[in-house]
Design a binder for this molecule. Sequence first.
Ligand SMILES: Nc1ncnc2c1ncn2[C@@H]1O[C@H](COP(=O)(O)OP(=O)(O)O)[C@@H](O)[C@H]1O
Ligand SMILES: [Mg+2]
Length: 247
Amino acid sequence: MKIIAIINHKGGTGKTTSTLNIGAGLARIKKKTLLVDIDPQSNLTEGLGFRDVKVSIYDSIKDDVALPIASVSEYLDIIPSSLDLLGAEIELVSRLGRETILKRLLKSVEGKYDYVLIDCAPALGMLTVNALVAADTVMIPLEAEYFAYRGIDRLISIISDVRTHYNENLTIGGVFITKINPRRVITEQITESIKKYFSDKLFQTSIRVNVALVEAQLKGVDVFEYAPISNAAVDYANLTDEIVEKI
Ligand SMILES: Nc1ncnc2c1ncn2[C@@H]1O[C@H](COP(=O)(O)OP(=O)(O)O)[C@@H](O)[C@H]1O
Ligand SMILES: [Mg+2]
């Protein structure tokens, strides 16, 4: 079982869209996958059609109740989030062992999945630290913009601290570029500068801008179901294959 945290403290870089569609991509090739939504905004939860969730990851973090695993499809499950999770960040401050709560909770699913994907909030707070402590590896989606990696050194330094104190085997599995527009002249320059910065950590697959991704999320389904022959379906299928190969 590989636990992958999808992290970038900048909002809108494609964390949730990627978690959802990589998860669906893995399920399509019969890899049993669990999605974990630890963003209070609950975009992943809602993007898969779950609304008005009664029990969420918040209840497990706060009261240690069993993880509320819901089935999306035969090979895909989700642990939903809820807005209550906003309070967790503050409530955790005074808790003993606060950095390792998610890791402990995920012990109960050990061996039941091939992959666990954790969708993080655009923040570097205690919930994100919990994801890093629980994870085997990190994937960082970067928007195809200049200076997309500005501020990433803060994330890298937190990863390094987590390695020192809690999780010595944590690796950076890779970086991938999202929302790429191949018709834009500067796209190639942006890709080149990201490649220079991350060298072999950059995945070959980039995700093109595609409105099908936005529409699918509104419908509460993944892009393979919503638009199976779209560029987005092709890109996420390729990225999924690369993950299976490299991570
Ligand atoms: N490749 C893409 N093409 C077009 N829109 C996208 C793409 N990836 C993400 N989006 C849209 O951009 C917005 C932010 O993406 P999201 O995955 O929610 O980012 P994050 O979780 O990092 O904040 C969402 O409205 C999403 O539907
Ligand atoms: Mg998100």
